[in-house]
Design a protein around this ligand. Sequence first.
Ligand code: SAH
Length: 216
Amino acid sequence: MINAIGVNDQVSLVMALRKKGIGDIEILRAMELVPREYFTHPAFKEQAYYDIALPIDCGQTISQPYIVAYMSEMLGVDKTHKILEIGTGSGYQTAVLSHLGRRVFTIESHRELQAVAQHKFDELELDNIVTKVGDGFDGWPEQAPFDRIIVTAAAPEIPPPLIGQLAFGGRLVMPVGDRRDSQKITIVERTNKGFEREQTLPVRFVPLVRHNEDMG
Ligand code: SAH
């Protein structure tokens, strides 16, 4: 079924992303390698290749494909990079990054989501992904520093531990804003002189929330 707001397969989705301005061939290739329907909730399989965010369990969302591609492009990943991702969610963004970088360490606060995502990575044999349940506000100090850090949930400010875990020459991409309607993709680069910060696209992400025991 082809619908005005979406397309019905992986190849058409990638073509739509090209039209929307995603120009990096490696990103388009990675997007083509990851079957999004595998990561969407079974109730939303029909919409898997629409360029929209969709609900997943635990009141969370799988990101819009354009935003996954855009943030991956802004992150500027290469095959040597060790990446930290905060907010595994469905694991869709993680799977895309696993084709771009050397290793992806990903943290999710909901145990149920982490378990489901880990199972999918195993089935797809994405063996350069390491998952854990935890609080992304703290980053992953035992594995730091990271060449690239991506946060797929929003907060009013970038958590300081994440900035501290960025390697020299490293880059961080995250939605930042106090309110849901004022978030912008924020890019931070760690240079020899310090940190450079730039804000780009307005976005709407679920909030980054402190992990607690109720989450499993
Ligand atoms: N990239 C994901 C988007 C998931 S939505 C995808 O494409 O599916 C954001 C995710 O961040 C949610 O799963 C939410 O549970 C998780 N999250 C929120 N706060 C967190 C925190 N403090 N630490 C780790 N994960 C967190």
